[in-house]
Structure formats: structure tokens, C-alpha cells
Design a protein around this ligand. Structure first.
Ligand code: M6R
Length: 610
């Protein structure tokens, strides 16, 4: 949540780098934004409420030069989404931008007020600015003032600070919130997310908790909180800068929907041998899983839905019992965990606070931990004993799409990995299952060909106010996911249910104003039962969108309003394919409604607060 960018150098116009970076970070938060640039020894601050375009408008009336600056885009935690609460926050010569939460800000605020500091905003961040200014004006160097301030600050933070009195540097510090520096030629960058600076430099240093980075035009240093120098490796990022552009699509979400075949292919590449019926994951050794008797899978939102499908996959293929928990529920319910438990945290961003905390709770209780995430060296990746990366590439649209299908393919491969090593499945079975993996990118391509049909369906349905999504088995979580996608981006009320539960309550909602999406790929063991649901909905005049595979008899066609035919595949792979038309349906309904698809109201891509 929130995004930070910083630049020092004169190769580019500072304001252009900041605005370009903020544009790429806007998906992380879009309540307000602001920049600070030091021009001729004075900080110029420009802030605006609302989307970045408001800040741009303000800046278009100004000329800002200067070769050092910081910027921020905000998702409000403390204090409303107003201009006065927008970052940067200023005290004396010091300007600060911050991601995270300062837990002891009220105590610090009281002390600072006693010392005569005046607070202008309702944010927790403003205490950082005053605290640094207090140390600085009382004789410490800028660097030492920042270090001293953070010795008394508790919470999670990624912070960038500049000062008029030290216009040759940016100081950055992090704890529990990501921050990277990127190295250029006689220029350096700072960002909370690689995508902000990827088009300028691919040489990146991931700061660790407690690192203080001092960026100058001609170099950088990293120290700990005591001022002792620390060495950090430089990583070369291989994400293609084109991957952070819209590439001709109207929205990131649509682009990312279309990238799923490629993303799945990248995610499986080099991870199996079809000939031997083997699956491998870099850095994983089966010995670590030898004594595992039970798995708990943890995630939020779409990643939680991936966990629910992972349960079907892992139990069916490896025979290990799996419990699935919402990360936000898990740690507060006193879960029973022991050293024979494997906790799997599934998270696109690798930063979701609830999932990170749930994973730490499992770890404290003795579980082995495995992260499945899309972001290298993210918090959750670093906190886990083992990591499997999905290789979806940057996902910018707030509604998760390609991250989900890559999570599913990883869970499927992981099931084969466990099943084969545990000798639950034979080599022949493993080869067959891997064969399905190989075929999945093609199936995804085929499913994407439904786009025109779904667009037309979206045009017919966008005026409805309520939707039901029903599915069974591994497609029950797809019903949840279809409903989540629709409500997130179109603001239409939608519910997902296990179709077998329909008669136990949801059927009361069905009438002629209720479109019901029935997810019923033909090969599932419950296909006939789903046909029973279809008749029950029909009898109550519900509008039926029948998502199936294979042939549909003329008789059956008569009972449905629309059939969506996905390509045929095994039941266990079908969730990956069935979700494609549902993502497209949500997208086109939202498009016809005219909502903000990539940045839906009240949401942020990365949820770093509990
Ligand atoms: O980064 P994560 O996968 O941990 O994020 C989890 C959820 O916040 C996320 O899936 C959210 O529900 C998306 N907006 C769904 O489209």
C-alpha cells in the first residue's frame, strides 16, 4: 500500500522521473499523491488529493528544476484522503515520505508537541519528520539524525527523507516494508517497487530490515542503525520494461488476462521432465518434506481461492491432508500446528500483512514454511524456509488474474512433486499429469478466444444489480473467484456458492432478475448434479449462464440463456481454464458500466496493513 520513488542525478529531469515512477506505483494506492524537489537549496512541495492526474495538473502550472527529489502515492491508513494528509510531510528543512504504520506515533506526538512542534496533518508519518528535524537542529548530522529518530520509532516503514540543508543526498530506511535502490551512471534511484524504476535501471539492491541507505549522485552507502557499513548484493532484474506498459490494451487487467498463457508457460519452464515423470523446484530438496503429515494453506482474496483449489490438487495427487485458512483468521484462532505441519503461504505480492503474520505464527509454532509468491525477495519470500516463485511478471491491475493461474499451476506441479516423491502416484501417472501441464498454455489460449462472445454477454448483463456464481469440487473456488472479480471492479453485488449448498439458502435469491453463472465443466464427477441445479434455477426463472465444456444437447440449450463452452480438459486443470471467461466477464461488465477497472474504488493492490 502506498508507493515511494526517489531520484538524485542530473541525467534526467527529477520531476519526470518522480512522476513516471508515481504513475507506475499508482496501483498501490490512489487516495492522494505528492512530491518534494530541492531547488536552489529550498524544498518545493506539491501535493494533491485524489488520483495522480490531479497532481499532474498542478505541476503543469509550475516549472520545477533541481536534481534531488522524492514522491509518494497514498492509500490512507491514518487520517482521511485529504491534501493535508498527503505526503511528503515537512518539518523545518526535512521532507519525508513513508509507507507503513508507526505504532507508537501517539506517544511520540505527545512528546513532540511538548517540545513545541505543531502538527498539520492527522497522519502517523508527520512524527517522523518532526523527530528527524528535532535531532538535526540539535546538532546531529543529517544521517545521524535519521538513525537516531528511527531508534525510537516502532512499526513498519519504508521511508525516504531529504533536507534543504543537505541537498546532495536522499536517505532511505526500511523495516518490514519493501524498499529498493537502483543504480545508474552518476545517478541513483529509490523505490518501493521495482516497476517504478525499471525503465531507468535494472541494477537493483533490495534493502534489508534496519538498513539505512544514503544515496548521492555519484554513489551510495548502506549502514545499519548504528552507522556501521553493511554490504548488499546488486541484483540484475530480468523483467522486461515492456512488461510494465499497457502494450496497446486499454487496461492492465485486460493485458494481464491475455498474458496468462505466456505466464503459465514461464512458470512451468525448467521445472519438470516429462520423460522421467519428475518435477523440480530450484532450491527445494524433497528431504525437507519427508516427515510432513499435514499442510495448512494460507492466503487472502484471490490467493485464498488458489489455496482452496490447491487443497483439491494436493489431497488428490499426494494424499496429504490440507487445511485452508484465510490468513486473517488463522493467527487469531489458536491453530494446532506442529513440526510435521507444512504451512504454505500463497501471495502474489509477497507483502500482504495478514499472510505474512499468519506464516510467522505457523513458524513460531514449529511448522516448516513454504512461500508461493510472484515477487522475488519479497517479505513473505524472505520469511519462509523455502520459496517457489510464480513467474507471472509484474501484475499491475488491482484485480488479480495472471498471478492466480500461475499460483494454480505451481500448486498443481507441487502436488505432483509430493505425490511422486511419496510414491502415492506411479511414474506413469506422474507423466500423464505432467502431460496436462504441458498442454495448459494451449488450453488457456483457446479459452481466451471466447473474448468476443463474453464481451457481448457483458453488454447484455451490465445492468443487473446482483449475480450468483455456483460451482462444485475444484470449481467451487472458481465460483468464489468469479464473484470476487465482478464485485471488485464493477461494484455489482455478487456471491459465490458451492452449488450443492444452493438448496440450503441461496436459492431464495433466484428470480428473473438474478443472473446465475453455473460452472459445470463436463468431466467433473458432479456434472449431473449441476444439471439438477440448472433445472432448479430454471424453475425459478433465473437467468442461466452455463459454463461448460464439450457438446451440449439441443434439449439442454433450451433451458439456458447463454452457454460458454471452455476447451475440454481434466477436472483438476479445469479451474485454470474456467476462470478465464469469468475474468473476461467481470472485465467487460465493468467496462460497460464505466468503472475504474485498474484502480477500483477503496482497494489497493498490496495490502500491507492488517
Ligand atoms: O498479494 P496477495 O496475493 O497476497 O494479495 C491478496 C489479496 O489482497 C488479493 O488477491 C486481492 O483479493 C485482489 N484484489 C483480488 O483480485
Amino acid at each position: 500500500m502506498c508507493g515511494i520513488v526517489g531520484y538524485i542525478g542530473n541525467k534526467h529531469k527529477t520531476i519526470n522521473v518522480l512522476m513516471d515512477g508515481l504513475q507506475r506505483l499508482e496501483y498501490r494506492g490512489y487516495d492522494s499523491s505528492g512530491i518534494a524537489v530541492i531547488e536552489n537549496g529550498h524544498s518545493k512541495i506539491v501535493k494533491s488529493r485524489g488520483k495522480l492526474r490531479n497532481l499532474k495538473k498542478k505541476l503543469s502550472r509550475k516549472t520545477l528544476s533541481g536534481y534531488v527529489g522524492i514522491g509518494h502515492t497514498r492509500w490512507a491508513t491514518h487520517g482521511k484522503a485529504t491534501e493535508k494528509n498527503a505526503h511528503p510531510h515537512v518539518s523545518g528543512s526535512v521532507s519525508v515520505v513513508h509507507n507503513g504504520i508507526i505504532e507508537n506515533y501517539q506517544e511520540l506526538k505527545k512528546e513532540l508537541i511538548k517540545k513545541g512542534y505543531v502538527f498539520y496533518s492527522d497522519t502517523d508519518t508527520e512524527v517522523i519528520a518532526h523527530l528527524i528535524e528535532d535531532y538535526y537542529k540539535n546538532g546531529l548530522s543529517f544521517e545521524n539524525a535519521v538513525r537516531s529518530a528511527f531508534k525510537s520509532i516502532e512499526g513498519s516503514y519504508a521511508v525516504a527523507v531529504i533536507s534543504d540543508k543537505a541537498p546532495d543526498r536522499i536517505i532511505a530506511i526500511r523495516k518490514f516494508s519493501p524498499l529498493i535502490i537502483a543504480i545508474g551512471e552518476k545517478e541513483n534511484y529509490l523505490a518501493s517497487d521495482i516497476s517504478a524504476i525499471l525503465s531507468y535501471s535494472r541494477k537493483v539492491i533490495f534493502l534489508d530490515d534496519g538498513d539505512v541507505a544514503i544515496l548521492e549522485k555519484n554513489g551510495y552507502r548502506i549502514t545499519d542503525l548504528e552507522g556501521k557499513e553493511v554490504k548488499r548484493d546488486v541484483s540484475v532484474i530480468n523483467w522486461d520494461p515492456v512488461s510494465i506498459e499497457k502494450g496497446g490494451y486499454r487496461h492492465y487487467m485486460l493485458k494481464e488476462i491475455h498474458e496468462q498463457s505466456r505466464a503459465v508457460l514461464d512458470t512451468i519452464r525448467g521445472r519438470f521432465s516429462e520423460e522421467m515423470g519428475e518435477v523440480y523446484f530450484e532450491g527445494l530438496n524433497y528431504k525437507s518434506f519427508n516427515n510432513i503429515k499435514r499442510i495448512v494453506a494460507l492466503g487472502c482474496g484471490t490467493s485464498f481461492h488458489a489455496c482452496l483449489i490447491g487443497k483439491y490438487m494436493i489431497e488428490k495427487i499426494s494424499g496429504i491432508p490440507v487445511e485452508v485458512d484465510l490468513s486473517s483468521e488463522f493467527r487469531y484462532r489458536g491453530p494446532v500446528i506442529d513440526s510435521k505441519t507444512l504451512a504454505i503461504a500463497v501471495s502474489q505480492s509477497g507483502e500482504t500483512a495478514d499472510t505474512s503474520e499468519a506464516l510467522l505464527e505457523a513458524r513460531r509454532k514449529g511448522a516448516k514454511t513454504l512461500a508461493i509468491t510472484n515477487v522475488e525477495r519479497s517479505k513473505i519470500a524472505r520469511e519462509s524456509d523455502m520459496v517457489i516463485y510464480t513467474r507471472a511478471g509484474p501484475e499491475i491491475g488491482v484485480a488479480s488474474t495472471k498471478a492466480f493461474t500461475t499460483q494454480l499451476i505451481v500448486l498443481y506441479l507441487f502436488s505432483i512433486y509430493l505425490g511422486k516423491n511419496r510414491k502415492i502416484i506411479t511414474e506413469k501417472k506422474a507423466k500423464d499429469l505432467i502431460g496436462e501441464v504441458l498442454y495448459t498454455p494451449q488450453l488457456l489460449e483457446k479459452a481466451l478466444k471466447l473474448e468476443d462472445e463474453i464481451k457481448e454477454l457483458g453488454r447484455n448483463l451490465y445492468n443487473y444489480s446482483n449475480f450468483l456464481f455456483l460451482g462444485r469440487g475444484p470449481n467451487y473456488p472458481i465460483a468464489l473467484e468469479g464473484a470476487l472479480k465482478l464485485k471488485e471492479i464493477s461494484y455489482i453485488h455478487a456471491e459465490g456458492h458451492a452449488a450443492g449448498e444452493m438448496k440450503h439458502g441461496p436459492i431464495a435469491l433466484v428470480d428473473e432478475n438474478m443472473p446465475v453463472v453455473l460452472i459445470a465443466p463436463r468431466n467433473g464427477v458432479t456434472y449431473n448434479k449441476l444439471l439438477g441445479n440448472l433445472q432448479e434455477i430454471r424453475a425459478r426463472r433465473g437467468k442461466i449462464i452455463f459454463l461448460t465444456s464439450g457438446e451440449v444437447s439441443e434439449e439442454l440449450e433450451k433451458h439456458v440463456d447463454k452457454t460458454i463452452r471452455i476447451p475440454e480438459c481434466s477436472s483438476i486443470i479445469s479451474p485454470l481454464i474456467a476462470v478465464i471467461p469469468l475474468q473476461l466477464l467481470a472485465y467487460y461488465i465493468a467496462m460497460y458500466k464505466g468503472t475504474d477497472i485498474d484502480q477500483p474504488r477503496n482497494l489497493a493492490k498490496v495490502v500491507t496493513v492488517e
